[in-house]
Write a protein that binds this ligand. Structure first.
Ligand code: HEM
Length: 202
């Protein structure tokens, strides 16, 4: 069962990452978003590109870092990709934090995206600092939390589908989505860590 969830997370991450890559690398900026978001993107095009490209790289590569066989047999590659992943989060997080003030939906959206960005950078830092001190379990746990936040890019798009399908106007549901896209992910990550920590102590 656990393997099925892992596969679904990998497929969802790679799919959304490649979707964002094809839309933002080859099409006009903002073609796939609300006209007001498009205007914001055009006014801050450098920041949005600095956000989208590093973030999608982290999203695509992140799930493979959790593969135990890969970690064991190719630990040098795990370390290299890990450093690259964290660099992407630093750049994607800082630019995401900057873009939060222009996000669609007012203060609720601004705060939701801003807190997500701060937690994204903070948990990435904790994952890095713990592995530097050879604290492997702590590193693994911080990375679970960090990737749960990266995965907000996928849950946001699932939420968009549900929002549009429900008939609720975009401007009504989007501000809440800026929170719903990551708070449940964080709670699930905390539950996984708790279960893992309990199994380690028994
Ligand atoms: C986890 C931390 C993240 C934060 C804080 C964040 C923040 C933001 C913000 C503020 C916007 C502008 C939204 C608006 O104008 O209303 C945005 C848009 C966007 N972000 Fe992120 N983001 C994060 C992760 C990611 C990841 C991992 C991806 C990978 C695909 C990504 C891809 C995008 C894309 C493609 C857009 C443009 C909107 C769209 O096409 O739906 N973001 N993000």
């Amino acid at each position: 069962m656990y393997k099925i969830y892992k596969s679904l997370i990998t497929v969802g991450s790679v799919f959304i990452g490649l979707y964002a890559l094809s839309v933002y690398a080859f099409l006009e900026l903002g073609i796939a978003v609300h006209p007001m978001m498009k205007a914001n993107f055009k006014a801050h095009s450098a920041a949005i590109y600095f956000h989208i490209f590093p973030s999608l790289i982290a999203l695509i590569f992140g799930p493979f870092q959790f593969n135990e066989k890969f970690r064991m047999t190719k630990s040098h590659l795990h370390r290299l990709i890990g450093k690259f992943y964290l660099l992407c989060i630093l750049i994607g997080g800082i630019s995401g934090l900057y873009m939060a003030q222009f996000s669609f939906g007012g203060t609720i959206s601004h705060l939701g995206f801003a807190l997500l960005a701060v937690l994204w950078i903070f948990t990435g830092y904790k994952a890095y600092s713990s592995i530097i001190r050879k604290m492997i379990v702590a590193h693994y746990h911080w990375m679970i939390i960090n990737f749960a936040l990266t995965f907000a890019a996928v849950t946001l798009r699932i939420g968009l589908g549900i929002g549009f399908g429900s008939g609720i106007p975009f401007e009504v549901f989007y501000p809440y989505l800026a929170w719903i896209c990551w708070v449940p992910n964080l709670l699930v990550a905390l539950m996984i860590i708790r279960k893992d920590a309990t199994s380690l102590t028994h």
